[in-house]
Unconditional design. Sequence first.
Length: 280
Amino acid sequence: MNKRRPFRWRNVAIGLALVFALGCGKAWADTMATPQVERTSVTIRGLPANAPPLRIALISDIHVAGPDMPPERLEEIVAQVNALEPDIVAIAGDLVSEKRTATHIYTPQQIVAPLGKLRSRFGTFVVPGNHDHWFDMPGLARELGANGITLLANEAVVAGPLAIGGLDDAYTRRADLRGTLAAMEGLEGVRIILSHSPDPFPRVPRGVPLMLAGHTHCGQVAYPWGGAPATMSDYGNRYACGRVDENGKTLVVGAGLGTSLLPLRLFTRPTIWLIELRGK
């Protein structure tokens, strides 16, 4: 008769420790990965059909803080964005992270200085995020201006063939969509909106064919099969990640570059979007 081998808790513990170590390794690799470049093309009425496409580089949720996003790493990402040769750089908020798990909190000058090296034909434009307001929005605004970066908070500006409306942060209830649309009235150019949160998208009129956003981090910690347990959006996974075409409008939501709350990603990676606008 064969004797049954005794159940060994030691083997279970070793197995669990191995799974935990592999998970931590995967999380750190996803967190510190070189941003992947996602590309998409949007056809928009009002742009010349025979002209070269207008290239917008979208980044968001930089969250400068230790250990995962020191200014030195941001400098490398800026060089990666510049290599794409964009016509416009759009930053969808949250330059900083003041998370309790951070190993170092940087000054507004240290946070913004690398962004001053961004290069594009028509300029760099940024909207506030919730963490920017919680940290030091006046200090960040001062440094953005000193580095030639245009801050839009319920305001609008002409950039080449575009009229860009920049919403203040919806998550902290500072967004004024009606005021931003009013600011765009009378400006020449195809209208687009830059927002930190994607949640205002359903209320954007069809006369604004494109909206760019961030905030969700694509969940930051996501399921391997897609989707995420939390997106910080009132619409759940509906506007949580990537490109959405709805009601004659297009929304592009970036996964962000850095982290908030915890300094790690899992099954999401830092992302730069390169959006080509083509005439119709």
